[in-house]
Structures are given as C-alpha cells and as structure tokens.
Design a protein around this ligand. Sequence first.
Ligand code: ATP
Length: 597
Amino acid sequence: MDEGEHTSQAGESGEDNQASEGSSGVNTDTDVDADPDTGSDPDGDTELDPDESSSPSLSSSSSSSSSTVSSSSSNPDFEPDRDSTPSDSTPTPATSSDSTGTSPDATEANVDLGSSGRDRSSPDVDFDGVVLDDESDNQGLFDDLLSGEPIFENKEVLRPSYTPHELPHRNDQINRMATILVSALRGETPSNILIYGKTGTGKTASAKFVSQELESTSQKYDVPCEVEYINCEVTDTQYRVLAQLANTFIEKNQQVIADRLDRLRDLRSAADDDPTTLSDTKFSTVDDLEAQIAEFEADAEEMEEVPMTGWPTDRVYSTFFEAVDYHERVVVIMLDEIDKLVEKSGDDTLYNLSRMNSELDRSRISIMGISNDLKFTDFLDPRVKSSLGEEEIVFPPYDANQLRDILQHRADISFKQDALTDDVIPLCAAFAAQEHGDARRALDLLRTAGELAERSQAEIVAETHVRKAQDKIELDRVVEVVRTLPTQSKIVLFAVILLEKNGVHNINTGEVFNIYKRLCEEIDADVLTQRRVTDLISELDMLGIVNAVVVSKGRYGRTKEMGLSVPVEETEAVLLSDSRLGDIENAQPFVQARFDN
Ligand SMILES: Nc1ncnc2c1ncn2[C@@H]1O[C@H](COP(=O)(O)OP(=O)(O)OP(=O)(O)O)[C@@H](O)[C@H]1O
C-alpha cells in the first residue's frame, strides 16, 4: 500500500501482514539460518544461502571483517570531538553571538558575565537574564548525536512513500501498461487493466510511475488525460469511492472554469476598448460573451461538493457522472487494493464504473485495478469480471538477485558513499527473498539496519546490523499479531506463557485448558469448551505463535503438545497491555492449580 495521493493514508508501518503465513513467518531466532527449510544453522558457520538458485553466499571472512569495523566504531570510549569542524551535512552549532545577534565584544562580555553573575549594567548587552552558551543551559544532548558522521545521505529514499524514478526488473510490466494506456493519449478509451502480484512486488510503484508518465505526456501534447488514484483499503465503500472521485473532478472543473473565466473577462475588457477584438473569436457580440461568462459562473456555482456521508448513493453517482463528463477527457481510475473494496462492499462500484462509458458524452473512463489476491475475481459478477479483466498483468515475486539490484539502486542515493560493508545488500536481499521476494521488506530491512547502526554510533552499516534489523522487524510483527488477537485467543496464549514460564515442557492441551478456565473466571470471561480451545491453539500455531504437534498417547488417544515460538517476555508484556488481561494481578496460583488437577 502506498501513500495515497487523493486519499488520507492509512498508517503505513511498512510491514505487510504476513503473520498468517505459518510459523516461518514468525522466526525470532537471533541467528539467521543458512537453511530456509530447517530454520537452523547446524554448522554454526555464517555461510548463508537461503535461496539456492540465486542467493548470495556470505563467507565467514566477510562477517569477521565487518565485525572488526563495527566493534571499532561502536567503541564505548568513542567521544565525538566537539571542536572538530562539523561535516557538510552536520549543522554548525550557532555560537552565542550568532544566536543573540550581538557583537564579538558582547560575546566577551558574556564570558565575563558567566563567572560574575549577570551584569545588567553593560550598555551593549541586554541578555534579559538568558545566557545561551552557559554550560548548564545546553548539556550537549544533541551535539553528541549530531557530531557523529551520519550514515544516511537521504533516508526518505528508503521509505515506502518514496516513488523511485527507476524500477529495475519491471520493464516488461511497465511497457505492457504503457502499450495499453497509450490509447488515452490518442483520445481513445484504453482497455481496463487488472494487475496481480504478491505484496511488495512493485505493482503500485510501477502503476504510479506509468501514470506520472502518462499525465506528463498528456500535458506535453495538450491531450486531456488524467489518472485518479484511490487506495481501496482506506476508501472501501461505493459511497466513498464515488464521493472522492466526484470531489476530485469538481475541484478540477472549478479550476478549469476559473481559467476560462479569466480568459473571457480579459477578452471582455479588451472588447470594451476595441469591439473588433471579438472578430477572431466565436463571439459575435459582447452580449454573447457576457452570456458565456454568466453560464460558466452558474456552472461553478452549481457544482456542489459531495459530503463524506449522508447523500443517497444515486445522487453521489450522478454528481460524479456530471463532474467527470463536464468536459472532454480520458480518465484512468486506479483502484489500488481493489480486492478490499469488493470484500467490503461487493462489486456494485465496479459494475457502475464499468458501464459508465456507454452513457458518457464527452469523457471516457478506464479502470486499472491492483490486487494481491489472485482469486478476488471469483466473487465478481461475470459481466464485471470480463469487463475488468480485459487485460491482465502479473507481477512475479523478485528473486534474491533482483532484490539486490533494487536495493543497490536505492542505497546509492540513500546512504553516504562507503557506508555499507559489501555483505549488507546481499544479506538484506537474501532475507527478503527467503520470504516471498518482497521489495518492501528488503527496503525496510536496509533502512532499519542503517538506523540501528546510526543509533549505536557506528560509522558503517555491517552484517550484524542487518541481522539485528531482521530480529527487530520479526519482533515488531509478532507484537502486532499478538496485539490484534481476539480476547479468547489472548487468554489461551497467556495460559501457555504461564506454563512455559513455570518450566513446563511439552505443554498439553489439557494443561492449557485448566489454566485457561481459571484465567477466564478471574477476569469474568466466557469459558469456551476444550474443543474450541484446541481450535484456538491450532490458530495460534498457524500464526506461528506456538508450535504444536500432535502426539499419540497409545490407548489414551492423542493430544497436542506445544511450546511457545515467540519471545516470552515481550509477548507477555503485549498481552498484559490488554485492559482485560491486565486485570490479572498474580497468576502464580493458577499455575499451581495445574498440579491440583
Ligand atoms: N523494481 C523496483 N525497483 C525499486 N523499488 C521497488 C521495485 N519494486 C518495488 N519497489 C519498492 O518496494 C516497495 C513496495 O512496492 P509496491 O508498493 O509497489 O508493492 P505492491 O506490489 O504494490 O505491494 P502491495 O500489494 O503490498 O501494495 C516500494 O517502496 C517500492 O518503491
């Protein structure tokens, strides 16, 4: 999901919600393994090859060289030299004479004043009781941080909101989009396009890149062509989509009318001075001109913005229809996360939009839908499905080598020269390829590694920072998944944590259920059946929070044995931050109760 151009943007953590993709999605091992299948590094060496076909291989020598660098740079004795000349990008601290605007003499006076208290008798200096360079007023909190050589040249380039100018490995898809959309520049209606691909495969970035090119070319050749971007995760109902489009077009129309009125009013002044001015225009008399001005003024007056709620949908639709058809143009409506719209409010919006062309007089619209759910068209009305999917473009996941190129392009502009050891980019690429070739994940990893290096005052980003960044991102993800669990699942998870904290290994379902029951009683929650609790445990297993295996107990049947797959302390803290679970003051007695049953 990207920053919406016309929408208010949902909070963008830069994290995709992959937690539901199984236990591998929540790997909190501090040691990143060489083997994606086993999740362990039995050899204990640093050889990393998560993607055999294309992944980078990091030798232990590179890791040792980088650790040399990081250990020297994170030396605890490291003391920034405050007297040294600040680097180009380090702001020069203002001296007291700069900041007060006083003369050098005044600065000297200030030095004296520092020792002798405040001498208000000096005629040149009126410090008004404030001595800016007094040590006690500025303890150098920020000076120390600023004096470190910054690692980043421009960190924004690594953020999801940045639209890159180059999109390596997406030429084919970009060219296909361009080939389809070029008809808009010929005044024809382009076919509707559906773009599919997993998260982070560059769908939005590529579509926005093509849109920008389309709009700038249309300005160059003076062909009316516009692209409207809607993020359907935020704008997820027919009313909101139509209202947002209507208001965007109304705003644009007002601008068009204002420009036309300016020109006509200029013409009228010229005609007042010299009536022959009108001979080159379509107006035979000043009255005709006046009438046209009055008509535009009335149009501008009539255009009423759609409120964000409250109108009947057909009124919103007709307002949008009139606004878009106000003058000749081809409009491409880009519906990002289109599956979210269909999921939330069915396919009415798409049905209405896709049949509009037959009724529009002056304008034409074309739809570009973007989705990471390949199956969402199954829920569409067959007419909508065939109209929407006139052209389909698939964005395959990136492999490790492609991710490396993408990261290198960004790193060149976002980091200072030589700020990365050689293994940083391959390692970030390898980690991201291990998941599902997600460029967003790879960029997050690189940015977080840079930030961690910066925070530890290292001068260079090394392999260890990438590994720490990977752990941090994983932990953030776990925290998010746990935080958003339903209360019943949280109670079940809390029961597992309590058992684990008390040294119980191979926890079985019965044990969890006993503790769960008592926790429910304590916080006055409904008690589910043991069967239902077993289902919740399976869900936690699927989310990668617990690791459960079914074991046979011979003639006593089968049971599930489980352990926690996430860090205990952090997970417990997240659970206790829930207002209901936070009420459990001392859980120890419940665990003891396990032995009573
Ligand atoms: N080929 C590429 N070159 C440079 N940056 C890329 C490339 N592909 C993706 N990115 C970057 O990766 C991030 C995610 O890309 P984008 O938002 O386009 O993915 P998406 O496929 O639309 O994902 P989602 O379905 O989750 O919205 C963005 O910061 C984007 O700039």
